[in-house]
Design a protein around this ligand. Structure first.
Ligand code: FES
Length: 261
């Protein structure tokens, strides 16, 4: 199984898996404002080593990224995938744009040190300006590409997997801020997601896996006495806090499940 180092943390990846998906299912500090649809560039990463382990630039990246940015090793995490590489190829090592900017900001203020030659506030401002300028330059072709590729409905509302988006956002916040967003109960998870377990670039695989875990927990929990063949109204009525069936299933960023009563 290939290893991928994102923001100095090592993760296992599946061949063919999207870089954004690897980051999302591990709660990595990365942006995905358009939910992996190639419309925002907030998932941009800079490849530091092992670029041969990633798929070639595709039409979406070519539309968004100026040549200078591609030459500097930038990729869109939602558009690039792990591919087999020859023996001796170094592991893939990337830093996300979100993390790069965060580090430059903290180093510029003297609040943290991430490298031997810490960034200055000038580096931070320069990165923000260059990124913004390149985004503006790439926007006409990037947006035109997105509209053609996705159609008007998805282009205007790219959150076909809203629950996956919110949950993965919660996982990122949990990991980065030490919070506990994203607590799920079996009833809170809708039925409209595909149960097929395969990785995709939008993080839906992670969401589906957690949904399956929550459902398995609900099925293994005996119903409270007298709740057999409950009338439809009972489903919507609030259950007592002490009810076993009202347990919350909390899935941590590492996929471990624990229960809270
Ligand atoms: S998540 Fe928006 S372009 Fe990749």
């Amino acid at each position: 199984m290939p290893k991928v180092i994102i923001n100095d943390e090592e993760f296992e990846a599946n061949e063919g898996e999207g870089l954004l998906n690897i980051a999302r299912r591990n709660g990595v500090h990365i942006g995905f404002a358009c939910n992996g649809n190639g419309l925002c560039t907030t998932c941009e990463c800079k490849v530091l080593e092992g670029k041969e382990r990633l798929s070639s630039y595709n039409e979406v990246e070519n539309a968004w990224l100026p040549v200078s940015r591609k030459e500097a090793g930038y990729r869109l995490g939602c558009q690039t995938f792990v591919v087999p590489a020859g023996a001796g190829t170094p592991p893939l090592k990337v830093i996300t744009r979100a993390e790069l900017v965060r580090r430059q900001f903290l180093e510029g203020l003297g609040l943290a040190k991430f490298s031997d030659s810490p960034s200055t506030l000038g580096d931070f401002v320069g990165t923000i300006l260059k990124t913004t300028l390149d985004h503006v330059i790439g926007a006409p072709t990037g947006m035109a590409n997105g509209l053609t590729r996705l159609g008007i409905v998805t282009f205007l509302f790219p959150f076909n997997d809203m629950n996956g988006f919110l949950n993965d956002t919660g996982q990122v916040l949990n990991k980065q801020l030490g919070t506990n967003f994203g607590t799920l109960t079996p009833d809170s998870i809708p039925e409209n997601t595909n149960s097929e377990e395969k990785p995709d670039s939008t993080g839906g695989w992670f969401f589906r896996r957690r949904k399956a875990a929550a459902q398995a927990s609900a099925e293994s929990t005996p119903p409270p006495s007298g709740s057999v063949a409950a009338p439809a109204a009972e489903k919507t009525a609030p259950r007592p806090a002490s009810s076993e069936g009202n347990e919350k299933v909390n899935i941590s960023p590492l996929g471990k499940r624990r229960r809270e009563k």
